[in-house]
Write a new protein. Structure first.
Length: 275
């Protein structure tokens, strides 16, 4: 039988994050072949992933970061099954490593995330599979990417909620951060009312009409009442029309106009974990 040294076990453990005994068993099975041992541990991850495919990965880490010129930002959500794993320092470190690499490698889109190569020589997809075997939980990873004249990112305390916001022109850092925080706090569904999909509009109009009928309003007044309630819906749920969280007397659009003519938000992303 091939003799397995403690240094080989330690090296495999450092690279994969697997337990000492799992690393030793993998090296024994691989007859000391390091690369084969890594593959054995990955296959273990595949088996765990298959067994836990129907589980819900609702815990995890959500973080975001701008690139150096603030023209592109990436948000990474690394999900797991339990809060215990989500708070583990090694798990959080993996999320940050993926995010840092995505920013430094100028990740083009969320679709490119899984094939992105990490520093240890494996892709993101392979790293997630490996960690599934190490941790024994379902693990999922996703990304959001935005790009424009200027972007801003915000990570709420606890790493459970993050936002990205893109602007059509250069803007003061604090203003950009304020809007990213607005998105986090108020969870708008669109930038402006023109960006709300027709299905949502039709649903809100129907709900408004049903409520008006229940209130005993005349049938001929229902359309007008529904339009009024739709406008209220836009005000509460579209970013530019929402009341600014730091000064409820003005809308977000008015706040932006105070700082620069024609300044507006072009898009935003918001990812949060359910409580």
């Amino acid at each position: 039988m091939t003799k397995i040294s403690a240094s080989d076990v330690g090296k495999l453990r450092r690279q994969t994050g697997s337990g000492m005994m799992d690393c030793k068993k993998a090296l024994i099975e691989a007859n000391g072949d390091f690369d084969q041992a890594v593959d054995i541990l990955r296959k273990k991850g595949q088996k765990v992933a298959a067994k836990r495919a129907d589980r819900q990965a609702t815990e995890g880490v959500v973080i975001a970061k701008n690139n150096s010129d603030n023209k592109k930002a990436v948000l990474i959500s690394l999900n797991c099954e339990t809060d215990f794993v989500a708070k583990n320092e090694d798990f959080i470190k993996i999320a940050h490593n993926i995010l840092d690499k995505a920013v430094s490698e100028n990740l083009a889109s969320s679709e490119d995330l899984n094939s992105m190569l990490l520093d240890e020589g494996m892709t993101v997809a392979e790293k997630v599979l490996e960690q599934t075997g190490v941790i024994g939980e379902k693990i999922e990873v996703s990304a959001q990417v935005i790009e424009d004249v200027q972007v801003s990112s915000y990570v709420h305390a606890g790493n459970r909620l993050a936002t990205l916001v893109a602007f059509n022109k250069s803007v003061d850092h604090q203003v950009a951060r304020d809007i990213a925080m607005q998105v986090a706090a108020m969870s708008p569904i669109a930038v402006d009312k023109n960006n709300v999909d027709q299905e949502t509009i039709d649903r809100e109009l129907e709900i408004a009409k049903d409520l008006a009928r229940q209130e005993g309003k005349p049938e001929q007044m229902l359309e007008k009442i529904a339009q009024g309630r739709l406008n209220k819906f836009f005000k509460e749920n579209t970013l530019l029309n929402q009341a600014f969280i730091k000064d409820g007397k003005k809308s977000v659009a008015q706040y932006l106009q105070e700082h620069s003519d024609d300044l507006s938000v072009t898009c935003f992303k918001r990812v949060g974990l359910s409580n």
